[in-house]
Design a protein around this ligand. Structure first.
Ligand SMILES: Cc1ncc(C[n+]2csc(CCOP(=O)(O)OP(=O)(O)O)c2C)c(N)n1
Length: 345
């Protein structure tokens, strides 16, 4: 269930009002560090030759964690459908994914519950949490999301459909299809359409491609409510995402929300996966938490060390696990038919 603590104003000893409750601020920080520690472990696994490829979401934690925390998690139309892309580890961590799941996926082990060890890092799939399979062709999730949102609208279900993607991908037709289907008069769809704008599409800059100021400005032509937020600020992200979720749940209409985020380790292992000189949302947030007296530097170090140790232990466990065998090649192709042999069809 979505958390209802967002706008509860808390006070620190000494009186300054906090923008969110103390527990929520600390939880946001915790999830952000957990996600970053996991991603940095995935990068190390790639760099030591224990994985073929890495792509992921370090730098998007301040946006991705609130996106997951606010979702109505579960299976079926009454819950939110999550049509995520390959930078959504922070959202999956907030939804409760254990670190080891992500490590099994990047190390292509048979124990990987998303794909049986047959897909890239961060290509998650969790039917029980309505997390649709992450695809390598970019932006197709914007078309898939129309389908679940339409089913939710048709059955007047409580759940909404959430879709995420990058700025460059909005050039694909799926994004335009999504805006059109989401906004048909009288048949508007309950969709949270997000764009995580990290200002790059691999090595092509945002500024060289976009005549519009914000990608979400395009949704204005369809009378879709739009929002542009600082996705590097977890407090702004939480508050604005909560408004977006509430609007969609109440009005059964879409929101197109653009979050400005950093891309902290470049595009993927294809361009080195090395740390870039961009704003780090966790460092900025930690400074605020220390200024407010909620954490000390020592507390922060302890949180990091705990999650780094958890990620390392998970990796050591996964090293001992088996690779997929040829006879599992058709498993996980269709939900509910894991044992079917598709060669007979
Ligand atoms: C349909 C399709 N076209 C091209 C690609 C190659 N490709 C992979 S990621 C990417 C850039 C995507 O940039 P953006 O949408 O801004 O997301 P980001 O990776 O920056 O988060 C491209 C062009 C692809 N995977 N699928």
């Amino acid at each position: 269930m979505a958390q209802s603590v967002a706008h509860k104003v808390d006070t620190k000893p000494g009186s300054m009002a906090l923008p969110l409750s103390k527990d929520l601020l600390l939880n946001l920080h915790n999830m952000m560090v957990k996600s970053r520690a996991l991603e940095e472990r995935l990068i190390k696994i790639y760099k030591t030759g224990e994985a073929f490829f890495w792509i992921g979401g370090p730098g998007e934690e301040a946006f991705g964690v609130p996106l997951g925390l606010l979702a109505n998690k579960g299976e079926g139309k009454e819950h939110d459908w999550m049509h995520l892309h390959y930078r959504c580890t922070p959202t999956m961590v907030a939804l409760g994914m254990p670190m080891i799941d992500s490590i099994r996926l990047i190390m292509n082990k048979a124990t990987d519950q998303s794909t049986g060890g047959r897909n890239f890092s961060n290509h998650y799939s969790y039917p029980k949490m309505n997390v649709a399979p992450v695809t390598s062709p970019i932006e197709v999730q914007y078309s898939f999301a129309i389908g679940t949102a339409w089913a939710q609208k048709r059955d007047q279900a409580k759940g909404i459909s959430v879709v995420t993607g990058g700025d460059a991908g909005t050039a694909e037709g799926d994004f335009a299809s999504c805006l059109i289907w989401a906004s048909r008069p009288g048949k508007e769809l309950p969709m949270l359409i997000t764009v995580q704008n990290n200002k790059w599409g691999i090595s092509t800059s945002y500024d060289s491609q976009h005549g519009e100021t914000h990608t979400c400005d395009r949704a204005k032509a369809f009378n879709i409510k739009t929002m542009v937020i600082n996705g590097n600020d977890p407090i702004e992200s939480y508050i604005e995402l909560q408004k977006a979720y509430e609007y969609i749940r109440k009005e059964k209409k879409p929101v197109c929300l653009e979050a400005r985020v950093s891309r902290l380790y470049g595009h993927s292992s294809a361009d080195g996966a090395n740390k870039r000189d961009e704003a780090c949302c966790i460092l900025t947030f930690e400074k605020k938490l220390m200024d407010w007296g909620l954490l000390t530097q020592k507390d922060i170090s302890k949180i990091w060390e705990g999650y780094e140790a958890e990620a390392r232990a998970a990796m050591e466990q996964v090293r001992t696990e088996p690779e997929p065998l040829p006879d599992s090649i058709w498993d996980q192709v269709y939900v509910g038919n894991e044992n079917a042999d598709w060669r007979n069809f």
